[in-house]
Design a protein around this ligand. Sequence first.
Ligand SMILES: C[S@@+](CC[C@H](N)C(=O)[O-])C[C@H]1O[C@@H](n2cnc3c(N)ncnc32)[C@H](O)[C@@H]1O
Length: 204
Amino acid sequence: MNPNAIREKFGDDYAADDRTFHMGIDQRFTTHIAARFRGRSVLETCTGAGFTTIALARVASRVTTVEIDPYHQSQAKKNLQKAGLSESVTFISGDVLDPGLLAGLTPFDAAFLDPDWAITGPDHVYRFVHSNTQPPADALLERILELTDNVAIVLPPLLDTKELAGLPPNERQKLFLGESHELYCLYFGELAVSFDETIFRVLI
Ligand SMILES: C[S@@+](CC[C@H](N)C(=O)[O-])C[C@H]1O[C@@H](n2cnc3c(N)ncnc32)[C@H](O)[C@@H]1O
């Protein structure tokens, strides 16, 4: 991986490969989203190489983060160490939808969800209902909302927002890098500042 690209997107000489680099969220967005988690104990899924974990661990009281892929988790552990934040993070290995996995965890009062958009090729069409992300975004959100009302979930910009009808009240934020719509983030419960569509733009 090009170290300059890693430094520019994530802020330091972190470990990443092609896949975790592309999956990882730009630091200008992670810092913005993480600010809503200040002082909270947070469950994060999914860790990837830990770029959102770093932003969360800087402001949260504690982060517990779940990842199914051992190689991604090993990169995340290196990156949290590099950031000097290992002490604030508990790493869990496994499938977050495995009913037993979250049982008995240290209690948390908010959750951050960043499922893999499972881009498989140029014809890929993203679906939220019967979602084709890994883990499926709809099933993941439903499961985690059973555990806490205070949830943020990152979704791709190509989302057909009609598919979100029927979800509990949420703030639907569009995140832009300049003119480019990069992400949606839905905030539920106390993480929402208004139950409306909002815009966050990084000026470039
Ligand atoms: C979009 S990436 C996360 C990127 C990360 N938030 C960052 O900024 O670097 C999604 C991650 O979810 C993991 N994943 C996929 N299915 C999972 C499951 N069922 N349980 C836990 N993690 C899963 C993937 O291995 C991948 O690392």
